[in-house]
Design a protein around this ligand. Structure first.
Ligand code: FAD
Length: 474
């Protein structure tokens, strides 16, 4: 019978799906219930008023979600405290029979979801988590022996073979019917730290996607490795919080590919390949959860890492004396984002030049990145440290000077984030210590900007020995 719904009320837990468009859980709930109650729980241990780029982005994503829902006749219902206690209480209070949400794959969240499921069960409420954050999850793409892949290239090939089955985007939601929030008890406006937050994050994310696929994606492959060019999509933060969906990004790229010439199509294929890296790391974490805590490859759990706090602080603060490393780390702290090429360089530097564990770097990135994502971050760090899924990558040691010269040839990226070096000529910008006294005069090298804290050539050999020893203990 048309119009007949299975449920009276469904609570939709909006974590990591902070949008109204192409939102699988929200859309399914609207189809299945007379009323839906979109909810988020603010963890009171996290100080939302802190003004880091990441906190600002999270606040604006939440405020934007509330606005989008209000413009459709609903609102975001905001709880405060521990979700495991608060959500069952709330679901019971509003008389919901079921909570819809989206699946996540890291062990910490999975453990919390188990506790939540038990709490909801005790309250007589079911928890239904749907696939939304990835196109293909966990066991959907398997090798011929029906095992999950451990290597990217064959995974990508299999992923692309399945791409015909990717569903289209969901129809837009025009209205959301929700119960009244008497006295505004659950209103976001009660939370002072959200008063000045931007409220258009979803619209901005979609605009950014549209602009990127219109132009930049057509030269993505050729320009994506040059950090001074702003040639990548910068959609990672929106994807990380679910402000836009991975399907929206995929379909926008495919749509543009239909109109593109051969060169454009090749560039778009490289972009899609990056989306598949994201999927790859999600399925790695889901199928091999030990990687969240330890090296993916067991032999590298025995690496003899240094705990030199002085070096670690220099790396965090962008004061290692290697300009491209320092520029990257300063970009991270100032903007909450770092270019992918530079992420690889700074991660290689921490692990292979300073011999500090990838886990220290992983944690620092998670604290500062607006796009902080456990799967991609862990995958990226283990790739750079050579402890992850590749075959023999520990030989891969980036030379920060030659990487700088190759990918930031004029030093524009370095000069932007390391203003102390703004007058250094291009031939010395990645190795200012090579300048003769005359060229260095007035630049402040060695005073305002540090001399290199280590010698790359020496530390490279130390790293090779360290890894060789660990690999031979296999
Ligand atoms: C040490 C290290 C840590 C990283 N930590 C994170 C993280 O916490 N969160 C995160 O989203 N990405 C992470 N990455 C991957 C990558 O650097 C970022 O996704 C990318 O720089 C984001 O910029 P963009 O949106 O302009 O990417 P684009 O180049 O425009 O790519 C489009 C999208 O594809 C995905 N993507 C691109 N490259 C990768 C990749 N190598 N691995 C996985 N997904 C990718 C992202 O979702 C990205 O938004 C990390 C990489 C390294 C080397």
């Amino acid at each position: 019978m048309p119009g007949r719904k299975r449920y009276n009320r469904i609570v939709v837990w909006m974590r990591r799906a902070m949008r109204v468009r192409d939102n699988i859980a929200l859309y399914a709930a609207i189809q299945d219930a007379n009323e839906v109650v979109p909810v988020l729980c603010l963890n009171t241990e996290k100080r939302y008023e802190f003004d880091t780029p990441r906190r600002r982005y999270v606040r604006s994503a939440i405020a934007s979600l509330d606005s989008e829902l209000r413009s459709r006749g609903s609102q975001l219902f905001v709880l405060s405290g521990d979700i495991v206690d608060e959500l069952p209480r709330f679901a019971k209070e509003v008389g919901a029979e079921v909570v819809f949400g989206v699946d996540v794959y890291d062990p910490v969240s999975l453990n919390r979801d188990q506790q939540l499921r038990r709490g909801l069960f005790r309250a007589g409420v079911e928890l239904l988590l749907l696939k939304d954050r990835v196109i293909f999850e966990k066991q959907e793409i398997l090798n011929q022996s029906r095992q999950p892949f451990k290597v990217f290239t064959p995974y990508k090939k299999a992923w692309l073979e399945f791409s015909d089955s990717i569903p289209p985007l969901l129809p837009d939601i025009r209205s959301v019917s929700s119960p009244a929030d008497a006295d505004g008890r659950f209103s976001l406006s009660r939370q002072k730290s959200f008063a000045n937050a931007d409220r258009d994050t979803e619209a901005v994310g979609l605009r950014q996607l549209k602009q990127f696929v219109k132009r930049k994606v057509l030269s993505y492959k050729e320009q994506r490795d040059f950090p001074a060019l702003e040639a990548t999509s910068k959609l990672s933060a929106a994807l990380s919080l679910g402000v836009i969906s991975i399907r929206q990004v995929y379909w926008a790229a495919i749509e543009q590919k239909r109109n593109a010439d051969k060169r454009g199509r090749e560039n778009i294929d490289t972009f899609i390949s990056e989306l598949i890296w994201r999927e790859f790391y999600y399925q790695i974490l889901a199928n091999y959860p030990h990687a969240a805590e330890r090296s993916f490859r067991d032999e590298f759990n025995k690496l003899d890492w240094s705990e030199n706090k002085k070096y670690f602080t220099a790396w965090c603060e962008g004061r290692t004396g290697y300009p491209i490393v320092d520029a990257g780390m300063r970009q991270l702290v100032q903007e909450g984002w770092m270019h992918n090429r530079v992420r690889m360089i700074v991660a290689s530097f921490l692990t292979k030049d300073l011999h500090i564990s990838w886990q220290w770097g992983e944690k620092f990135f998670l604290e500062h990145l607006c796009d902080a994502d456990i799967a991609s971050n862990n995958g990226g760090w283990q790739w750079a440290a050579g402890t992850g899924t590749d075959a023999s990558p520990w030989f891969r040691i980036f030379n920060p000077v030659s990487q700088g010269k190759r990918f930031d040839p004029n030093g524009d990226y370095v000069r932007k984030y390391v203003p102390e070096l703004k007058n250094v000529p291009p031939e010395f910008i990645h190795s200012p210590w090579m300048m003769d006294a005359k060229s260095a005069r007035g630049i402040g090298f060695g005073k305002e900007y540090p001399a290199p804290i280590i010698d790359h050539a020496v530390e490279r050999d130390v790293a090779i020995e360290m890894y060789k020893k660990a690999a031979s203990r296999k």
